[in-house]
Design a binder for this molecule. Sequence first.
Ligand SMILES: [Zn+2]
Length: 245
Amino acid sequence: MRFLVLLCLALSACTVVETAPRSAPTQPQSINRSAQQAVDAYLKVGARIESVAERVCRQKNPSRPRTYCDFQLKVDPTKTNTPNAYQTIGSDGRPIIAFNIPMLATVQNDDEIAFILGHEAAHQINNHIVRATTNANIGALLLGGLLAASGADQTSIQEAQNIGGTLGARAYSQSHELEADVTGTYIAALAGYDPAIGARSFARFGGGGGLLSTHPPSQQRIAVVQRTVQKIAQDRAAGRNIAVP
Ligand SMILES: [Zn+2]
């Protein structure tokens, strides 16, 4: 357990160093905050989302061990130009949510960060079953190789290879993606963010490459988010408790 925490801290620290300098030439022009501001925002928004996601997770999974809902936030420093966010499980059983560096560089505002984090947490909360395992070794190699090159100790490398293996294996069905959008909308709203603004990220990521290519078309996802936002607004206006379905 301790190793995983240390590893995550190391990766975050590494990312701050890597993303801070110079203007990165890779991503779109519309970025309106610096890389350092993006990392700070990710950690700040992540703390608020994590507490809501953990509460919702425990409500929906009362018989699971405590570790099942004890989310960790991570930055994936793998060298790539493709924005990606994912949820996976550490070898200690705790769920991990990670943004890679292009994703951090591309998100436009806190609402987008909140929505994407909520969506990823929702896969764990809703017990979505993973299908497809053919990419598992690729993910393990990328992350493990990177850490080996950076001089991490063997335990950390093994840990990273376990994480990477799970990472590559993650590919959800489209119905699971839409379900995660509904739960993610609730999590973002309950944490005080605007899911409708957050969902605008679909226009950029919805049909994108990598793992995100398994997601349904962005128009369909936006419609699901808008319906959910309306339902939450109606419940709030009527003074009803916001119950995550
Ligand atoms: Zn998803």
